[in-house]
Design a protein around this ligand. Structure first.
Ligand code: ZN
Length: 114
């Protein structure tokens, strides 16, 4: 009964392969989780470097930090455009968004518009 033996053997192999696939999937998930941990650490390192840079230290990363500053400036410009489109501005004291018609900031009471 060579044929049946073959079928049994193939079936067993498929079973083994199935286990392998599950194990590989588990391992890949584990690898992805570990890589996420590294990414989080990279972010923390980056934040620490940028903090040093803004405090006047960490010249080794100055180029990257300058790029962040440029992006922050661009984001700030974009935020101004959004405020203009909404016909609003920011309170100079607390940063609360106020309409052009608002005379005093509802959050801190600072005079915002004439
Ligand atoms: Zn305010």
């Amino acid at each position: 009964m060579a044929f049946l033996d073959d079928v049994k053997r193939i079936g067993r192999n498929i079973g083994e392969k199935g286990k392998d696939v599950i194990e590989i999937t588990k391992l890949n998930a584990q690898i992805a989780a570990e890589k996420d941990k590294i990414k989080d650490l990279f972010v923390k390192i980056g934040e620490a470097v940028y903090k040093d840079y803004t405090a006047g230290e960490g010249a080794a990363y100055e180029d990257l930090c300058v790029q962040i500053k440029d992006i922050e400036a661009a984001v700030s410009d974009l935020n101004v455009k959004v405020l203009e489109l909404k016909n609003a501005s920011k309170c100079p004291n607390c940063g609360e968004e106020v309409t052009k018609e608002t005379r005093f900031c509802p959050k801190c009471g600072t005079k915002v518009n004439e």
